[in-house]
Design a protein around this ligand. Structure first.
Ligand SMILES: Cc1cc2nc3c(=O)[nH]c(=O)nc-3n(C[C@H](O)[C@H](O)[C@H](O)COP(=O)(O)OP(=O)(O)OC[C@H]3O[C@@H](n4cnc5c(N)ncnc54)[C@H](O)[C@@H]3O)c2cc1C
Length: 365
């Protein structure tokens, strides 16, 4: 079988690329090792539509987050995907953090993100129950039902005659004169031919990269795993918006998030791990409580329960500066027809449609 485009990974990134490629008329197949789409990073995140505040001005993270925010809201509306622009407060819980908050505000303004800086008095009127010295309000932040987003993308791909092959593992790729010979396994080994190969395999992007015979190690980033836990809260609470406290010496800055049913959750925390392992460490509850109490002293500890774990696919070590998304094509690695994608951590959900459009434009007819 011969395809124009073969994509490894049916997370939000691979599916978005497949959507735009199949809508452009290319024959497309997505290879997904699991029995459903989105079983990797895409089903284990906060589901926040970010506004693009924190990242360097000229980074891909800023570019795709800001454009992705706009088109994701439009797409969600058009496809009737459950979403809500509930807004987000980034909060300083002590006086010493107000300068840090000011820096974040300036960075966001530099990125042209609409933001308001709120005084103690104003934010105290909005959230009298919380300990807050000052806050930034981001009206364009919101939440989206990611499983519904995944279903909508799958529907678009099928509508444009693209294929998603579940329970199908990418095994290896060898370069041919034009395109690639791909070995797959769905219980039996078989092969396909493709003009373009796109690696969108998330946490496995380094493993897959190493199985592409012509890709030089210099262009492969090793993936480091940064685990994050979420606890859900079943009691009464004062929150109507996303709340992002800054990390400081008293608190690890655990966020308040929501799902579309209104259930609130706290997290994610961060711990660097050696393996992809989604085991929940319940002993973290006290750390969570201490951190949350730094801004919400009234939390009822008996109503905080373990929820789930996500793992970030970092392409830097924990003592290094944040790295940008890595999307490289022949202009970087010199291999015609290969687009290698790595390090799509947050804001990957927000950015997915923009990444899909961008990658599709790299493909020649
Ligand atoms: C804790 C956490 C919180 C986050 N919160 C947010 C947020 O609030 N907002 C936001 O915008 N972003 C957020 N993100 C980031 C976002 O979730 C990711 O950027 C995004 O889901 C990445 O999608 P992906 O398609 O690249 O990867 P994945 O969803 O992991 O998809 C890759 C797929 O490749 C498949 N695969 C791997 N190897 C093979 C193989 N050999 N053969 C076939 N298939 C294979 C996997 O099974 C998987 O389905 C968060 C991430 C984490 C970890």
């Amino acid at each position: 079988m011969m395809f124009d485009v073969t994509i490894v990974g049916a997370g939000v990134v691979g599916l978005s690329i497949a959507k735009f490629c199949s809508e452009r008329g290319f024959s497309v197949v997505v290879l997904e090792q699991e029995s459903r789409a989105g079983e990797g990073i895409s089903s284990r995140n906060s589901g926040v539509i970010h506004a693009g505040i924190y990242y360097p001005k000229h980074s891909l993270k800023t570019k795709f987050c800001i454009s992705g925010n706009k088109i994701l809201y439009e797409y969600a509306k058009h496809k009737r995907i459950n979403h809500k622009k509930i807004g987000k407060y980034i909060i300083a819980t002590c006086n010493e953090d107000v300068d840090k908050l000011q820096n974040i505000y300036e960075k966001g303004i530099e990125n042209s993100v609409p933001l308001d800086f709120l005084s103690t008095k104003t934010i105290k009127e909005i959230y009298p129950e919380l300990i807050i010295e000052a806050a930034i309000y981001s009206p364009n932040s919101g939440i989206i039902d990611v499983p519904e987003l995944i279903s909508a993308l799958e529907g678009d791909i099928q509508h444009s005659h693209g294929l998603i092959s579940y329970k199908t593992k990418f095994v290896s790729a060898s370069k041919k004169k034009s395109g690639f010979h791909i070995l797959c396994n769905d219980g039996d080994e078989f092969s396909i031919e493709t003009r373009y190969l796109i690696n969108a395999s998330g946490l496995y992007s380094d493993v897959i990269s190493k199985k592409i015979d012509v890709l030089d190690d210099r262009h492969i980033k090793s993936v480091k795993y940064a685990k994050g836990h979420y606890f859900k809260y079943s009691g009464k609470h004062p929150f109507n918006n996303l709340i992002y406290p800054l990390a400081n010496e008293y608190s690890s800055g655990l966020h308040v998030g929501f799902d579309l049913s209104g259930q609130i959750r706290f997290g994610p925390d961060i711990s660097w791990v050696e393996e992809i392992d989604f085991t929940f460490d319940e002993s973290l509850k006290d750390n969570f409580l201490n951190s949350i109490k730094s801004y919400w002293p009234e939390i009822d500890s008996s109503k905080l329960y373990p929820d789930y774990v996500g793992i970030r696919p970092k392409i830097q070590n924990h003592n290094e500066k944040m790295r940008d998304f890595s999307i490289i094509d022949s202009t970087v690695h010199g291999i015609d027809g290969l687009i290698n994608i790595q390090g799509i951590e947050s804001p990957g959900v927000t950015s997915c449609l923009s990444i899909g459009e961008y990658v599709t434009k790299l493909i020649k007819s």
